[in-house]
Design a protein around this ligand. Sequence first.
Ligand SMILES: [Zn+2]
Length: 379
Amino acid sequence: MSVERLQYTIAGDAPGHSVALNGFRIGPENATRKVFLQGALHADEQPGILVLSHLLPMLEAADARGELSTSFVLFPMVNPVGMGGIGFGQHQGRYDLASGVNFNRDWPDLFAAIETDIDGRLGEDADANVAEIRAAIHRWLDGRPPGNLRDNLRLTVMREAVDADYVFDLHCDNEALVHIFSAPHCNAVMESLSDWLGGSAILTANDSGGGSFDEVWPLPYLRAAEKYPELPIPVPVAACTIELRGRFDVFDDVAKTDARNLFGFFQGQGLVGGERPPEPARGVRPTPLNATEILRVDRPGLLAYQVQTGDQVRKGDVVAELLQLDGPEAFTRRLPVTAGTDGLVLSRNARKYVWPGCSVAKIVGTEPLASRTGKLLED
Ligand SMILES: [Zn+2]
């Protein structure tokens, strides 16, 4: 039984600058399973920080009671670089100010990284294949030369997450209900997680095209299984992005309830012992990510919403009216912005002043949409 503080100091790109990454490892040293949780990778999405701050003492208490059979690694605030993105009195933590890179896009393609290395190493034993792929990922990570601050932070985090059986990346949307992004191989796990958290959608894709953090972990196994269809190659990790409502939904009571529900989920998965709480009610089932419409505007204006999150809409329903702000019809004409699918209004834009390309809403349909190809994430 132990609680270990993980403290990394990562040198900055400017002289005299560095960042501190702080985390925790909790659980028995001989644990055979591992859960990795992080919050605020998009540093302006902060509900996860509060949730993990509540989960931490729950896990510590369970550890002290001898109820942990699993190692938990938590980085409540995994992106100290993004937390520093303060300018003109505002915090933006979505993009790296140095490069313009979205902090949750373009993580390394681990299959491309290890494809040559694993060639000839895989065989008929599923467990051995998983071990070979994990070992190859370790070798690749160990061989990375130091890069810039963002790259070095990414490598530090990846080395902590690489051997986890569960990887949970805690984000939030703009204004939204709880939902999960994941890959279909772990649908059963995500259904349970969603039930515990009272989720409103589980949006699945093997590869969104965005290279988000949660997609890093299953993809090498999924790609290897595609390349070697005659060999048994299971995916040993359940990874997801959990969207904890909207960016202004940082409330202590809500976060504590979310942490309790995560703890209940872990108990349900057999990762934590103790007295099991009753199972939550069955909720939503997974739908393909390409069946969720991301409704956008093609001109500037001010949004006047006609729906709430949680509403069901039909194709053609008016989701919002876009008040024109210039030209002869300024302030007198409203253009309807209509749903392109039947479904649930999962999210809205908290900012009502929008311009071409801005998102108005996500609508969770069930049938893949012809318009939803290529990169499937919002930005
Ligand atoms: Zn995010």
